[in-house]
Design a protein around this ligand. Structure first.
Ligand code: HEM
Length: 571
C-alpha cells in the first residue's frame, strides 16, 4: 500500500497539501455537503492523528502501512495500541481496529455492518470491475458466488477427491529440489546441491494444484506446453503477474482518495493495473477457449471434468434468464457483462482469477516465512525434524492424513501466521451502516461509509495477549493451546473471520502444512555459502499479501532414500 511515490515524504506531502489547498477549496465545499453526515450527526469518532487538508493522514503512511499504522496507534494510545483509531486517507474516513475486542466488534458483533468492500482502482481494473469475490460489493452476486465456491470447489468431498493431485504435485516439486544427476562421463557419485529461490518453486506448486482442481490441467509449464497444448504464459511471466497482482491490490492509489487527482495517475498504478488485467485476460480467455473447444469436439459424450466445464454447463442452461453462448462466456471478461446463470450470478474469469491468485501466492508466502524463521532457529527446525522422523519414519513422505499427528509442525505453522500474517491488514472493509463500540469507558462511532481495516499484525504481537515473548518465534506457546486459525479465535486471524473470511482457508492451510512438513522431512536446509544466519534479511514488501522483500535462497540436501522422491509405479 505504498501510497505516495518515493519522491513524496511527509514534508512534500505538507507542501502538496498547502499548494492544493486553494485549488481544492471549491471542491471541498461542494463535497462537504455530501461527506459531512458524520459531523451533522455529531459522531464521536475514535481518536487519531489530526489530518491535513486534501491528503488527510496519507503522509503518515509509509511503505509498510501495517507498521506505520501500528506505530500511530501506539503513539496515540499512550504506548498501548488504540482499540479503534481514526485516520483520513484523502477525503475518505478510515478506522483501524487493533485489539482483540475491536476485531470482534468489526468481524463478529457487527459483521453485517462491515461486510462490504470499498470500490478502489484495484477492484475496478484487476478484478473485472469488482466481479471477483474479493472485491465484489456485498449483495446477491457476492453471496451466490461464495455459495458456488463452497459447493463446487471447497466442499469437503471435492477437497478429498483432489488429494492425489496435491500429493503428485508436491512430490514433483520435491524432486525438482534434488541435486541434478552427475553427467554420464563423470566418476563422482552426485553433483553438489545448488541454491534455489524457494518461493518460485512454491508458487508453481500451488498454481499446479489449483489449476488441476479448477481448470482440469496445468496451464503454466516450463517449455511452454503441456499435453500437446500451448501455455499462454511462461512460469516466469506468471510469477511476475501474481506478484504484480498482489502488490497492486494492496497499494493505495491517489485517485481512490483524492478522486479529482485520479486522472493524473500520479503513481502510475492504474496504468500498471490495466496492463496486468490484459495479461490475465489473455491467460483466462485461453483457458475458456480450450474448454469450449473440448465441449464442441466431444458433443453428446461430453462430461464435465472440472470447475470450468461445470460453469460452462450452467452457462448453456436453457432456463437462463439471459442465454449466453460462446461469445457470452467470453464476454464475461468484459466489465458489466455478468450473466445470470440459473439463479446464480457468476463471472467466470474474475472467479478464476481469485482462484489462481488466491491459491498461489498466499500459501507460498506463508511457507517462505516459515522456512526463514526455521533457518534462524535451528533448534526449532531440529525439533520438527525429530517429530517427523518419529511419526513418519525415513521411508516415505508426509501425507495429509499425517498432519493431525504432527502437533509441533502445526504449532510452527500457527506461530508463522502469528508473526508473519500473510495479509496483515486483512482486506479492506467498508461500513454499510453506523456502528458503535464502547471501550475503556468511552463510546466511539464508526459512521457508514468508513473504510475499515483490522490490523492483525498489531493484534498478533500484542504483549497483553501473547506475553513478554510476543516478538519472539516460539512455537511452544501453542503446546496444549486451543487457539486455532479458523476464525473463531480473534487473537490469531490469518484468514480473517466472519462472513467475509477467506473461503479458501481449508485448501490454504492444507497446502501450507503439507508443503512445510515435506520440505522439512525430505531435506536438510542451509543458507547458501557465505550467507550468515544473522545476515538473513527479514524485511517485508507490502501488498495485499506481504512476502519477504528479498526472496529466500536456500540449499536443500536430500535426507531420505532416493526411491522416496520417485513417482510411485502406476501413477
Ligand atoms: C495461506 C493461505 C491463505 C491466506 C493466509 C489467506 C488469507 C485471506 C484473508 C486474510 C482474506 C480476507 C478476509 C477478510 O476480509 O476478513 C482472504 C480472502 C479471500 N481469500 Fe484467502 N487466504 C489464503 C488462501 C486462499 C486460497 C487457497 C484461496 C482460493 C483458492 C483464497 C481465496 C480468497 C478469496 C476469494 C477471498 C475473498 C473473500 C471475500 O471477500 O468474500 N485464499 N484470504
Amino acid at each position: 500500500m505504498e501510497f505516495l511515490p518515493p519522491w513524496t515524504g511527509s514534508f512534500l506531502g505538507a507542501v502538496l497539501a498547502t499548494a492544493l489547498l486553494l485549488v481544492t477549496a471549491l471542491h471541498r465545499r461542494r463535497h462537504r455537503r455530501r461527506s459531512s453526515s458524520a459531523t451533522r450527526k455529531h459522531y464521536n469518532l475514535p481518536p487519531g492523528p489530526r489530518p491535513w487538508p486534501v491528503i488527510g493522514n496519507l503522509d503518515l503512511i509509509g511503505a509498510l502501512p501495517h507498521r506505520s499504522i501500528h506505530e500511530l496507534s501506539a503513539r496515540h494510545g499512550g504506548g498501548a495500541p488504540l482499540p479503534l483509531m481514526s485516520l483520513r486517507f484523502g477525503s475518505v474516513p478510515v478506522v483501524v481496529a487493533s485489539t482483540v475486542d475491536a476485531a470482534r466488534f468489526v468481524l463478529k458483533t457487527h459483521d453485517a455492518s462491515f461486510i462490504d468492500r470499498p470500490k478502489m482502482a484495484s477492484g475496478r481494473y484487476t478484478a473485472y470491475n469488482f466481479s471477483d469475490i474479493v472485491w465484489a460489493p456485498y449483495g446477491a452476486y457476492w453471496r451466490q458466488a461464495r455459495k458456488l465456491w463452497q459447493t463446487t470447489l471447497f466442499s469437503a468431498r471435492q477437497l478429498r477427491s483432489q488429494e492425489h493431485a496435491r500429493g503428485e504435485e508436491l512430490r514433483a516439486m520435491l524432486r525438482g529440489l534434488l541435486p541434478p544427476p552427475p553427467p554420464p562421463s563423470s566418476s563422482s557419485p552426485a553433483t553438489a546441491s545448488v541454491a534455489v529461490e524457494l518461493k518460485e518453486r512454491l508458487i508453481l506448486l500451488n498454481l499446479n494444484v489449483v489449476s488441476r482442481m479448477a481448470l482440469g490441467r496445468k496451464y503454466v509449464v516450463e517449455g511452454g506446453g503441456a499435453a500437446g497444448s500451448s501455455s499462454p504464459v511462461t512460469p516466469g511471466e506468471f510469477r511476475w503477474m501474481v506478484d504484480e497482482l498482489f502488490h497492486l491490490n494492496g497499494v493505495l492509489s491517489v485517485g481512490d482518495f483524492i478522486p479529482w487527482l485520479g486522472w493524473m495517475d500520479l503513481q502510475g498504478y492504474v496504468g500498471r493495473m490495466k496492463r496486468l488485467a490484459k495479461m490475465f485476460d489473455r491467460f483466462l480467455e485461453h483457458v475458456l477457449d480450450e474448454h469450449i473447444e473440448r465441449r464442441r469436439r466431444e458433443g453428446d459424450v461430453f462430461v464435465a471434468r472440472d470447475v470450468v466445464d461445470l460453469l460452462l454447463e450452467l452457462a448453456d442452461d436453457p432456463s437462463l434468464e439471459v442465454p449466453i453462448g460462446r461469445d457470452g462466456v467470453k464476454g464475461f471478461a468484459l466489465p458489466g457483462q455478468v450473466p445470470r446463470l440459473a439463479g446464480r450470478w457468476v463471472h467466470h474469469d474474475a472467479m478464476f482469477e481469485d482462484l489462481i491468485a488466491g491459491g498461489t501466492d498466499t500459501s507460498a508466502v506463508a511457507v517462505e516465512w516459515a522456512m526463514s524463521e526455521l533457518l534462524r532457529h535451528p533448534d526449532v527446525m531440529a525439533k520438527a525434524t525429530k517429530e517427523l522422523d518419529t511419526v513418519i519414519g525415513r521411508d516415505r513422505l508426509v501425507t495429509e492424513h499425517d498432519i493431525p499427528k504432527l502437533p509441533y509442525l502445526e504449532a510452527i505453522v500457527k506461530e508463522t501466521f502469528r508473526l508473519h500474517p500473510v495479509t496483515p491488514l486483512l482486506a479492506p472493509r467498508l461500513s454499510r451502516e453506523d456502528a458503535s463500540m464502547s471501550t475503556g469507558g468511552a463510546h466511539y462511532d464508526v459512521p457508514a461509509g468508513t473504510l475499515v481495516f483490522v490490523n492483525v499484525w498489531t493484534i498478533s504481537r500484542d504483549p497483553t495477549v501473547w506475553g513478554p515473548t510476543a516478538e519472539e518465534f516460539t512455537p511452544e506457546r501453542f503446546a496444549g493451546s486451543a487457539v486455532d486459525v479458523k476464525g473463531q479465535d480473534l487473537e490469531l486471524l490469518p484468514f480473517g473471520s466472519g462472513r467475509r473470511m477467506c473461503p479458501g482457508y481449508t485448501l490454504g492451510l492444507k497446502m501450507v502444512q503439507l508443503t512445510l512438513a515435506n520440505l522439512l522431512h525430505g531435506f536438510e536446509w542451509r543458507l547458501p555459502d557465505g550467507v550468515k544466519v544473522e545476515e538473513l534479511s527479514m524485511e517485508e514488501k507490502f501488498g495485499l499479501a506481504v512476502p519477504r522483500k528479498v526472496p529466500l535462497e536456500v540449499v536443500a540436501e536430500p535426507r531420505l532414500p532416493a526411491h522416496v522422491y520417485e513417482e510411485p509405479a502406476g501413477a
